[in-house]
Design a protein around this ligand. Structure first.
Ligand SMILES: Nc1ncnc2c1ncn2[C@@H]1O[C@H](COP(=O)(O)OP(=O)(O)OP(=O)(O)O)[C@@H](O)[C@H]1O
Length: 636
């Protein structure tokens, strides 16, 4: 088959579902199709300008980049054309033949069937080009890659069903034209005023001109003179938005610009627009999105900062300008100092980039700090979406550890709710007299952590404990060490030492019960010698008979579980069993004369302590047998 032949191809199976969903969920906001297509055209112009830095023959003698919007009322079409980079046949197939990107299947599973909620999700997913099908029942693309010969044009056509066709055609001018054949009930878009107002509304900030033919006044009746020759007019402001001064840009313009650069349908939560002059000269416009993208936890996914040098687009995903834990930030950095030939490799080595990265990082952290203080409701929204990513910060960015720590939010025993809304500053303010540590409990989920037996004494004494149940939490704590000079302490690690929080009487009573229980401890050690490192009396329990504690310097139980799940081989480590001397079961155990029966009972307590903290039993069947034996005795 020669390339010129028309070829019909099918979309992947998910594509039809996605298209259908998109058309329905975005129907109430149909006009955004134009924003998406103008946005793509502007990106294509940026890409050509960048490629032409190395090879200006790509301009083919025409370096005046622009976007044209046309319509034909009779043919019921709207056409968006650009003289940007264009696409080769392979690129057309690659970019327009794959609606579904990686992660689509997972994305589709998240859909609820509730259109309102789903429309939000589809926005996060990014529909771009395919939004054309909201208003069109057939879309044609004519395109030619800059630098390719006039015979290497491509014609793509699709009626929004399961298939599309591609064919090689002649195209004299480079760039892309997209022809929308409007659905019968969407012909309102084949109208000059309507199209003008949509471009003004959504795409005013596009930095290259968007042109349309001037509307001609209707000829007066009886006027037979020749109509004037068609004339073009530019309908957008056509200056890069970030180069304008803050006072000149409206919130609506900032919002639309965000949607253009981020491909997000939702509004941004906050932004910060700054011009820096001095040793380094650059402008930054950074946005915090209001919703996390569907692939946020993919650390290899794309990042949000676009680099421009003196208003010329250089690259997307300029990861050098912000650390990984701020990968959700979107925006633009425009440098006046960098060379237009800058590459990722050069950026990595340039010490000026490090300075910019620190300044931009600080800018984002300051924006968050301000929001946390002044708009706590917005901050709560931010935290719900991006808190888990921010928790990666202290490990990655040592120099800003304290600043990030102030931005963290936790669930704590103060509220006992799973909402992560308490700051470390609040915690420290509420610390009891004599308390010198910040206590936390970590488990696989909120309820296991909240109901951990380790919390009993803390609840009794009214000492607040952070309740950690996100996967990243153990990692976070491992890197935090302290806050405001107060150490973090896992309540399940080491022997409990509440220091000044215990009264003299309590300490005395504890010593006494330890003496009284000495023989019980010896017997338990013997019975459990293969399973535990030590058995001891504890005062951290009020309601439970027993709990497990790992050594002070050992890995926390939750961290161990996570590492094991990740397939890491870990050296074996045995926990300590702690017994509550005041619990009736423990007292009864102490009186048990039969050593075999003692052994059975203490093993049940040991297994239960493991279960209570969310652990799994090495030999669950034996545990069940032991328990059943006990139950039988009860019913006798
Ligand atoms: N006018 C155009 N000129 C050149 N290439 C284009 C044009 N329109 C689309 N493309 C190519 O098709 C790709 C897919 O476009 P589409 O709008 O679906 O997604 P996107 O812009 O990459 O991102 P998103 O899906 O988040 O909007 C683009 O990345 C680009 O490579």
């Amino acid at each position: 088959m020669t390339a010129a032949q028309k070829e019909t191809r099918g979309f992947q199976t998910e594509a039809k579902q996605l298209l259908h969903l998109m058309i329905h969920s975005l129907y109430s906001n149909r006009e955004i199709f134009l924003r998406e297509l103008v946005s793509n055209a502007s990106d294509a112009a940026d890409k050509l300008r960048f490629a032409a830095l190395k090879d200006d023959s790509l301009f083919e003698g025409d370096s005046e980049l622009k976007i044209r919007v046309e319509f034909d009322k009779d043919a019921k079409t709207v056409t968006i054309s650009d003289n940007g980079i264009g696409m080769s046949r392979d690129e057309v197939v690659e970019h327009l033949g794959t609606i579904a990107k990686s992660g689509t299947a997972a994305f589709l599973q998240n859909l609820t069937g509730d259109e309102k909620k789903d429309s939000h999700l589809i926005g996060q997913f990014g529909v771009g080009f395919y939004s054309a099908f909201i208003v069109a029942d057939k879309v044609e693309v004519f395109t030619r890659r800059a630098g390719a010969s006039a015979e290497e044009g491509v014609h793509w056509e699709c009626d929004g069903e399961a298939e599309y066709s591609v064919e090689t055609v002649a195209k004299a001018d480079r760039g892309t034209s997209i022809v929308l054949h409007l659905k019968d009930d969407q012909t309102e878009f084949a109208d000059g005023w309507r199209l003008r107002s949509i471009v003004k509304k959504y795409s005013d900030h596009i930095s290259i001109p968007v042109v349309m033919e001037k509307e001609q006044p209707m000829p007066e009746e009886g006027d037979d003179s020749e109509p004037p020759a068609p004339e073009d007019e530019v309908i957008n402001t056509a200056t890069a938005l970030w180069t304008r001064s803050r006072s000149e840009v409206t919130d609506e313009e900032y919002t639309e610009f965000y949607k253009h650069i981020s491909h997000d349908f939702a509004e941004p939560l906050k932004w910060s627009h700054n011009r820096v002059e001095g040793k380094l000269d650059y402008t930054s416009l950074l946005y915090l999105p209001s919703k996390a993208p569907f692939d946020m936890y993919n650390r290899d996914g794309s990042r949000g900062v676009k680099l421009y040098v003196q208003r010329t687009f250089i690259m997307d995903d300029a990861e050098q300008f912000l650390p990984m834990y701020l990968r959700f930030v979107k925006g633009v950095v425009d440098s006046a100092d960098l060379s237009l030939n800058v590459s990722r490799e050069i950026l990595q080595k340039d010490p000026n980039i490090d300075a910019m990265r620190s300044a931009l990082t600080k800018r984002v952290l300051d924006m968050l700090e301000k929001m946390a203080k002044k708009e706590p409701e917005d901050y709560a929204k931010f935290w719900a979406e991006f808190g888990q990513v921010l928790k990666e910060g202290p490990a990655e960015d040592f120099s800003n550890k304290e600043k990030i720590a102030k931005l963290l939010r936790f669930a704590t025993t103060q509220t006992d709710s799973d909402a992560q809304d308490q700051s470390l500053v609040d915690y420290v303010e509420r610390m009891k007299e004599g308390q010198d540590k910040i206590y936390y409990v970590a488990a696989e989920n909120f309820n296991t952590a909240k109901n951990s037996p380790h919390l009993e004494v803390f609840r009794k004494k009214g000492i607040e404990v952070l309740i950690l149940s996100d996967r990243v939490d153990e990692w976070l704590m491992g890197n935090m060490m302290d806050f405001d000079s107060k150490q973090f302490q896992d309540v399940a690690k080491g022997a409990l030492d509440l220091g000044d929080l215990d009264t003299e009487e309590e300490k005395k009573a504890q010593e006494e019960s330890e003496k009284e229980m000495a023989s019980l401890i010896e017997r338990a050690k013997e019975a459990l010698k293969d399973d535990v490192a030590d058995v001891r009396i504890t005062h951290r329990l009020t309601d439970s008979p027993a709990c497990l504690a790992v050594g002070e310097h050992d890995m926390g139980a939750q961290m161990r579980r996570l590492m094991e799940q990740a397939g890491q081989a870990l050296p074996e480590s045995k926990p300590n069993l702690e017994l509550n001397p005041d619990h009736p079961l423990v007292k009864k155990l102490d009186m048990e004369p039969d050593e075999d029966r003692f052994g059975e009972l203490i093993k049940i307590l040991f297994d239960q302590a493991n279960l209570a903290e969310g652990g799994t039993l090495a030999d669950p069947a034996t545990y069940v047998q032991r328990l059943n034996k006990l139950l039988l005795e009860l019913s006798n």
